[in-house]
Design a protein around this ligand. Structure first.
Ligand code: BGC
Length: 286
């Protein structure tokens, strides 16, 4: 019997571990040669993900909506890591702008291997009966229509390539209801189902689709909560690890999920939440 046991599928990268019987290789995540479009990358999780992908060797399309200076600053940091990067302005809730964004990206890099649907907003706190219809629609349009428009556009290319990865950034609120943020929770639950449905549609085309669901990660989006000792205490009671996550901890998981090391994961949500979904405020009592 041969001492090699190649998997039936093609070799997908230099680091693919299924090589020689008895040879155990350390995992080495690299995204060399991959072309990655990351939406909402001028701050927060998107910024960390773009930098981490750049450090792993990907070519980056850094989408931003309203902060060109921040986007350019991040792009120049990514360039110092030795990665190629372009910044592209677009509002993901506008299908025409999304088409232009993807066209620009593909003109530059010749195709697209990875899409991270990261752009999103929590929206203003408001109970449903007092909510403003246009504010609610805006949350759904950015957090749910946006990923749909972006996925639909990149798929025009991924389908022909017969490969690609779409990573949808959801949230613990794809399963935890969130009073005052009904639009956000509904959009994230919808996005989770969009992930599953797309994975089913695209499996035979070699395209993986995943959700990454962060918990409370310390970024500007929730600054008003972690900046205030009493709301921070309340928040930490909801997290089994007893601390907020850092953007880097999410970017590490994202890098793994879009890499070939995660080649058999599709259609799932991966939670990175310090066990927020584990009812940690039930640690005592009940
Ligand atoms: C929201 C954060 C919030 C966290 C936990 C995230 O999806 O964007 O603002 O702190 O969920 O509730």
């Amino acid at each position: 019997m041969s001492d090699t046991f190649f998997c039936k599928r093609k070799k997908v990268s230099d680091t693919f571990f299924c090589k020689k019987k008895g040879v155990i290789r350390a995992m080495d995540i690299n995204l060399k040669g991959k072309r990655a479009l990351i939406t909402g990358a001028s701050s927060g999780l998107g910024e960390s993900i773009a930098k981490k992908f750049g450090a792993a060797g990907a070519k980056i399309g850094l989408n931003f909506h309203s902060h060109p200076d921040a986007a350019e600053k991040i792009a120049s940091e990514i360039k110092t890591l030795g990665a190629d990067v372009i910044t592209i302005q677009a509002d993901v809730s506008d299908s025409g702008q999304v088409k232009n964004m993807v066209d620009t990206f593909v003109r530059k890099w010749g195709g697209v291997d990875i899409l991270v649907n990261n752009a999103g907003i929590d929206g203003k706190h408001s109970l449903i009966y007092e909510s403003d219809i246009s504010e609610w629609e805006k949350v759904i349009k950015i957090n749910l229509f946006g990923p749909f428009y972006c996925a639909r556009e990149v798929l025009q290319h991924m389908i022909n390539q017969k490969k690609g990865v779409i990573l949808n950034m959801t949230s613990v609120h794809e399963i935890i209801p969130w009073s005052g943020y009904s639009g956000y929770a509904a959009a994230k639950a919808g996005l989770s189902m969009l992930t599953k449905t797309m994975a089913q549609e695209l499996g035979s085309s070699g395209i993986r689709v995943l959700s990454l669901a962060p918990g409370a990660i310390q970024t500007d989006i929730n600054k008003s909560v972690w900046d205030n000792p009493s709301t921070l205490k309340d928040l930490l009671n909801k997290i089994s690890l007893g601390r907020m996550g850092q953007p880097d901890e999410i970017a590490d998981v994202a890098t793994f999920l879009v890499s070939d090391l995660a080649s058999y994961i599709t259609g799932s949500t991966i939670f990175a939440d310090g066990a927020m979904i584990d009812y940690s405020n039930f640690t005592h009592g009940g």
